[in-house]
Each structure stands twice: as C-alpha cells, then as structure tokens.
Design a protein around this ligand. Sequence first.
Ligand code: PLP
Length: 363
Amino acid sequence: MHDDVDPVTFEAGSPAVPPIVLSSYFRSAGDPDPAALHYGRMHNPTWSDLEADLGRLEDADAIVLASGQAATHALLLAARDVLDADVLVAVVPGEGYYGTRNLAAALPGIDARVVDQRDLDALRPALEPGRSLLWVETPTNPLLRVLDLDQLATITHDAGCLLAVDNTLATAALQRPLDHGADVTMTSLTKAASGHSDVILGSLATRDRALAERIRAWRTLAGGIPGPVEAWLARRGLATLELRIRHQSRSAAELAPRLAAHPLVRAVHYPVDGEVTQRQLPHGRGPVVSFVVAGGAATADRVVASSRVVAPGTSFGGVHSSWERRRRWAGDDCDDALIRLSVGVEPVDELWADVSHALDRAG
Ligand SMILES: *Cc1c(COP(=O)(O)O)cnc(C)c1O
C-alpha cells in the first residue's frame, strides 16, 4: 500500500538509481520469516520499486505481472475468489482489446458475456448479482469513445459486483478510474506506461486489500511473474510518463482536425469534448487517433506503407509514432479502411508532414 512505502532516504553513498536484483533466491534459514525475502517467484526488490511508483500514481496497491494478459488472467481468478463464485460472469465489451475477450472465453470457471456497454438496458441484466466482474475499456479502442465510469460503477455496485477498468490507453497519468468508483485497474505496461517499446509487462492496482492479496497469491501460484530487467526498464520509463503522454495527447488533438480536413479522410475518431471527457480525462485525451480513408483496405494499406516517420506496427503509446490498418487482424469490428495512429513525441509538424504526404501519395 502507498502508505507503507518507506520515505525516500538520501543516505550518502547510496546509489541514485536502484540496482536490478536478479537473484532467484534470497538467503534464509530456519522458520521462514514472513517479512523476509525467500524465493524469486514470490517477491523481488526490483518489482517492489516499480510497484511503489505505480501505486503512488493511483493511490493504491500495485501488483506487476509478466504481461497485460498475465495481469488480466490473475485478476479474473482473483475476482472469482473474492466474490466467492463457482463461476465468475465476466461482462466484457465488444469494442476493446480482443485478447481480453478471448482469454475470458477460454478460461474454465469464467462465463464471458459480450455486451455493448453504452447500452445500459442490455448491461444491467447481463450482470449476475454478486458474481459478475464488469470489464470496461475507456476510451474504447479503436473508436475512442468515452464511457461514464461513475455511472458504470454505480450500476456495478448496485448489483454487488466488481468493476475493472483496462486503463492501458490513457494510463494513470491521464485517467484515475479508482477515483471514479472502479475496484481495480489493469494496465498493459507494454504500451504508454513504459513508453519505449522495449518491454512486455502488465500491472493491476486496487485499494481493496482482499483483492490485492488474491492477485498476489495467483501470481505466486501460476508464476506469471515479471522479469527484474523488464521491471527496471518500466520503472525508468514511468518517470517520464506524464511528460510524454501529455505531449502526445496535445499532438494527437492537433492532428485530429488536420486529418479530418484531408480529402482522403472520411472519418476521424478521437474523444469528443463533453462533461464526461472533462471529468475523466482532464489532462489530455490520449495518444491514439483513428481515421478511415476513402478507397477501402487497399488504400489504407498504401497509406501505412508510405510513411517515413510513422512506423508500421501493432503497438501504441510509445515515444515513436506508429500506425496500422486494424482490420488486418481478425479481432476488431471496425471499418476495413480504419487506420489507428499512435502519436509519439516527435514534433507535431514533422509528423503531419509525414502523415499528409502518405495520404497524398496513396490517394
Ligand atoms: C496490449 C494490450 C493488452 C495486453 O497487454 P500485453 O502486455 O500485450 O499482454 C491489454 N489491453 C489493452 C488495451 C492493450 O492494448
């Protein structure tokens, strides 16, 4: 817990940057002291350094796992334990990360139900009182719609259920779902949170002690643990998260209307102005802009192939801009000619020169 973190000490001669602890076990003998370190699948000081920083961002207990998917896996199992349900009903969005839907559908003991979460009349009856986890992703991906977390938290808690928010896109630097009633957040640190496209890692954050305890128990039991090197890299990236993502969001907000004005572009998706967006994303609306080009998939593929600065590829949130035509994967239900652009930290005019040139050439 954030309160338990030792205050930073500036002891003379101590390293300014914490070391990477690679040891697979820690020296111990006799009756195990529960407060001591024993074995590297149970705990590691480098994970703890990262968890302390992540916890401060959300005023919560943060738990790091091997990937976003490992975090989702541990959370589904832990939620089932905490609700004491034989079968956990996971209510997942149709528009959102397809890995979440596929994992929930594949796990025994989890009953996955896909619901359009903007349709509250469909959502309410999908929640089984006392044994559901509502899984929300906002802004949605790839259409960047903003869902009202306070409202969804009320609906979830009225049914005695748990609300989880996938906060990968905005990160805790832009959006704090726990402050809007969520019980737990999941963040793929692979994306903007680490920010340099050099690690696969995930985290969960919660203020619910019982849930945190069950998540840690599943991490130790199933072994979906982070590597210490990855944890160290993610912590270094996290130090600049706020700077990066605010800059990226400003650039994305500037590119959205420029894209909309280009003759080849039929539609642009970016979080719209409004009360809910102001409340949930007061410091920026995220680094991702989606847009649909005229001419279908072939034109969109030509656009993606024509850039010199924006890299073709499937991730988002990193310091280097990237994009892809989303429908080249089977998972997303969107227009065939939709391109998801992740805006990096490059100067915005340099980016626009590259993007507009690619659109001009492909059109
Ligand atoms: C990438 C991603 C995940 C999965 O994270 P991994 O680190 O790749 O396992 C989950 N949710 C969202 C929104 C993502 O973008």
